[in-house]
Design a protein around this ligand. Structure first.
Ligand SMILES: [Zn+2]
Ligand SMILES: [Zn+2]
Length: 376
């Protein structure tokens, strides 16, 4: 049985991998998950979703949830695998195909024990994690109502297979995005005195933004400000009217997160005005920090150790994960499971070791059952 299930889960993962779909366009993926759940006689709940699936196993209370994300990225795959993406320009480069197979595996294992489960396990196959919208969609649809605890995982390419890591408290960061529009005055490159040079203003702003963290916050705080795009000008002999900068801010401290936009605004507008131009900040708030419930982080470590994992204490990450939205409403924990890929997440050569799937499925089925017993 276990040999067959193990092979089945890897086959499902490879099929998902060949047909990746972008955020909110996971139609064929949704259909596959629905069919696989149906073939295992697992009941699906009639939530009104465009993409994604919610299913449930067991009866009565309490209710806990396991979450997998199902979307892929706009990347052209170069990984040397037979099951390479057949959808040009789209790739499961974050391993959400693996997460989906792991939770499907946990579902099948729990289904086999359904009559002895002391409550219900809800399975969330969530769309659009990469755009940080899917978790909100599911919460808005009511998927977390009555849920006492929620668990999810991300594969960790930097960890060997068989390794498990998590931490109580802050784990992943608050993720915010910004763009800055810098308006100067266009001029002939040979007559700069007749214009206001938006490229010079942009350069000063990029440099000044580097001091925002280093001169305002304790070196012991984790804050990152990165400018990731500069766009302006289209030829060699014209000073452009406008430059646009784009970037991201990562924080763990909510008070710092809240004040950073005002600090950026003050800095950029005074610099731009000093040069006779204007700068405008557009702030796009992203998902909050993933803050694991201490009790459930510790609990999941104990279950992982019993399941045979080498358990580590995870470092704080500056990356983001929309699992954070669930943890704002519901206790639970997010964990890392080693996937040993030479190339990291979002890399076109990302090639995780899918032998992690079956042990991870066993871990999640054991975690779900133990959590139900713990709550009871
Ligand atoms: Zn990702
Ligand atoms: Zn991911």
């Amino acid at each position: 049985m276990s040999q067959t299930l193990e092979a089945q889960l890897v086959a499902w993962r490879r099929e998902l991998h060949q047909y990746p779909e972008l955020s909110n366009e996971e139609f064929a993926t949704t259909e596959r998950i629905q069919n696989w759940l149906r073939s295992a006689d697992i009941r699906q709940l009639p939530f009104d979703l465009k993409t994604g699936v919610i299913a449930e196993i067991g009866q009565g209370e309490p209710l806990i949830a396991l979450r997998a994300d199902i979307d892929a990225l706009p990347i052209d795959e170069v990984a040397p695998v037979e099951f390479r993406s057949k959808n040009p320009g789209v790739m499961h480069a974050c391993g959400h195909d693996i997460h989906t197979s792991v939770i499907l595996g946990a579902a099948l294992l729990l289904k086999a024990r359904e009559s002895s489960l002391p409550g219900r396990v809800r399975l969330l196959f969530q769309p659009a994690e990469e755009r940080f919208g899917g978790a909100k969609t599911l919460i808005g649809a009511g998927a977390l109502e009555g849920v006492s605890a929620i668990f999810g995982a991300h594969n960790a390419p930097e960890l060997p297979v068989g390794t498990f890591a998590t931490r109580g408290g802050p784990f992943y960061a608050n993720v915010d995005r910004f763009d800055i529009e810098i308006e100067g005055k266009g001029a002939h490159a040979a007559r700069p005195q007749e214009g206001v040079d938006s490229i010079v203003i942009a350069s000063q702003i990029v440099t000044a933004l580097q001091t925002l963290v280093s001169r305002n916050y304790s070196p012991l705080e984790s804050v990152v400000v990165s400018v990731t795009r500069i766009e302006g000008g289209n030829t060699w002999n014209v000073l452009p009217q406008k430059v646009v900068l784009e970037g991201t801010v990562r924080t763990h401290n909510d008070a710092i997160r809240a004040e950073i936009p005002a600090r950026i605004e003050k800095l950029i507008s005074s610099i731009a005005e000093g040069f006779g131009g204007r700068a405008q900040l557009n702030w796009h708030g992203g998902p909050p920090a993933v803050v694991n419930t201490e009790r459930w982080a510790e609990f999941s470590k104990q279950v992982a150790a019993r399941a045979g994992y080498e358990v580590r204490h995870a470092e704080v990450q500056m990356g983001g994960e929309d699992f954070a939205f669930y943890l704002h409403n519901t206790p639970g924990t997010f964990v890392s499971i080693g996937s040993a890929s030479e190339f990291g997440l979002h890399h076109p050569g990302f090639n995780p070791d899918d032998s992690l799937i079956y042990p991870a499925a066993q871990f999640f089925s054991q975690l779900a059952e133990a959590a139900l017993q713990e709550i009871n």
